[in-house]
Design a protein around this ligand. Structure first.
Ligand SMILES: O=C(O)CCC(=O)C(=O)O
Ligand SMILES: [Fe+2]
Length: 383
């Protein structure tokens, strides 16, 4: 898709049902008079649900536990699970529940069979992963420190040195190893997006916990400073993957917006030419296909180890990688609170370029009309 054509919404594909998978709808549980208390009991320490094969995130269960009616707080973990499950089921349609459950089973099938190559990258070892300038800024956790390590070549796009070369090599070779395993076992995997034929979802083969830490402890502190108006401080879920371009891989990536509030994109290497990112301004859903202003045109050349941090709604694409291979780590960071709040708003002049332009136009028109009216009165009173 050309950068002048319409903008695609890059989304995650659905899990393909495997031949032996049971796709029958899950039996609906009886909806008893279960309810939660509005105010949490904050001194109550919730149980851990991490070990349970729940179809919902174990964190959701832990955080809802503080809202249980008082008589439920000290019952058995099983009773609490049953109670909370009944409530959560009321809010998620069957289709969504089946999708979540299928994805979980898909991941479990991979995890049980894929033998990792570099075990050391599956847990966060910040000193071995990041360059010292980045680590220091995160430790300081101050706006000035973040600003001292980033360049902002155009409004809303931040670039900075982030990953050590050794970590980039290990991650790239882990992906290569995974791809080889997929090829040899003929395992049917999901690609990261509807627009990719290559690349791999890192969360699906064991890197979810490490990437969750990357988002919570390293990206969210920066996003809180740079993307406060688009949910940067409330990022609470992610989609982590790699994109791969070159011979026998994808060539380019069409003009699109990401399914994220904030996107981290880090080049892992290797030797390549081409593959520049082109950015064309931030837009809300309604204005995603409106024209680009001259000052919104920005092209960026990837540098191995260097990160680009941008708003997911910043329209962009990647030009053809013309020689060599390029592999990039992408982390789509999402905020459920921001998405919920967005439902109640119709215009977004603080971040959508077109909403902002329209607001200014309305203000100009209104000022001109007021001026005109005042002039008329002036003329009337002096005649
Ligand atoms: O190829 C790139 O660097 C950009 C990838 C991208 O925009 C995406 O995966 O959403
Ligand atoms: Fe993207």
């Amino acid at each position: 898709m050309s950068q002048n054509g319409s903008v695609e919404h890059r989304t995650q594909p659905q899990v393909p049902p495997s031949a032996k998978e049971d796709t029958a709808p899950m039996p609906s549980l009886p909806t008893l008079m279960h309810s939660l208390r509005v105010s949490p009991k904050i001194d109550h320490k919730p149980d851990s649900y991490e070990d349970l094969p729940l179809e919902f995130s174990h964190l959701l269960f832990s955080s809802l536990e503080q809202h249980l009616p008082l008589h439920m707080l000290n019952t058995s973990r099983e009773a609490k699970i049953q109670y909370l499950r009944n409530i959560v089921h009321r809010y998620l349609p069957d289709s969504e529940r089946i999708r979540v459950q299928r994805h979980k089973e898909y991941r479990q099938r991979i995890l049980m069979n894929y033998p990792p190559l570099h075990k050391e990258i599956y847990a966060m070892h910040a000193e071995n992963f990041f360059v010292s300038s980045f680590l220091q800024a995160i430790r300081d956790n101050k706006e000035d420190s973040f600003r001292s390590i980033v360049a902002e070549p155009t409004k809303g796009i931040y670039t900075f040195e982030m990953l050590q070369p050794h970590f980039c090599e290990m991650l790239a070779s882990e992906v290569e190893h995974f791809e080889r395993w997929v090829h040899e076992t003929k395992f049917r995997i999901m690609r990261p997006n509807t627009m990719n034929q290559y690349g791999a979802v890192l969360d699906d083969f064991g890197l979810e916990t490490m990437l969750g830490k990357l988002m919570n402890d390293f990206i969210r502190p920066m996003a809180r400073v740079f993307f406060a108006d688009i949910g940067g401080s409330t990022l609470d879920s992610h989609h982590g993957f790699v994109v791969e371009y070159g011979i026998n891989r994808d060539v380019e990536l069409g003009f699109h917006v990401d399914d994220s509030e904030v996107t981290l994109n880090v080049c892992l290497g290797k030797h390549f030419s081409g593959g520049e990112l082109f950015f064309r301004g931030v837009r809300c859903d309604e204005h995603v296909n409106t024209e680009t202003l001259q000052e919104e045109i920005f092209d960026y050349c990837h540098v191995p180890g260097r990160a680009v941090l941008h708003c997911g709604r910043h329209r962009h694409g990647a030009r053809a990688t013309t020689s060599g291979n390029r592999i990039n780590l992408i982390l789509w960071c999402r905020s459920s609170a921001f998405r919920e709040l967005k439902k109640y708003q119709t215009t977004f002049p603080s971040w959508c370029g077109e909403c902002k332009r329209k607001k200014k136009e309305r203000e100009r028109t209104s000022i001109a009309a007021t001026k005109q009216e005042l002039l008329k009165r002036e003329v009337r009173s002096s005649s």
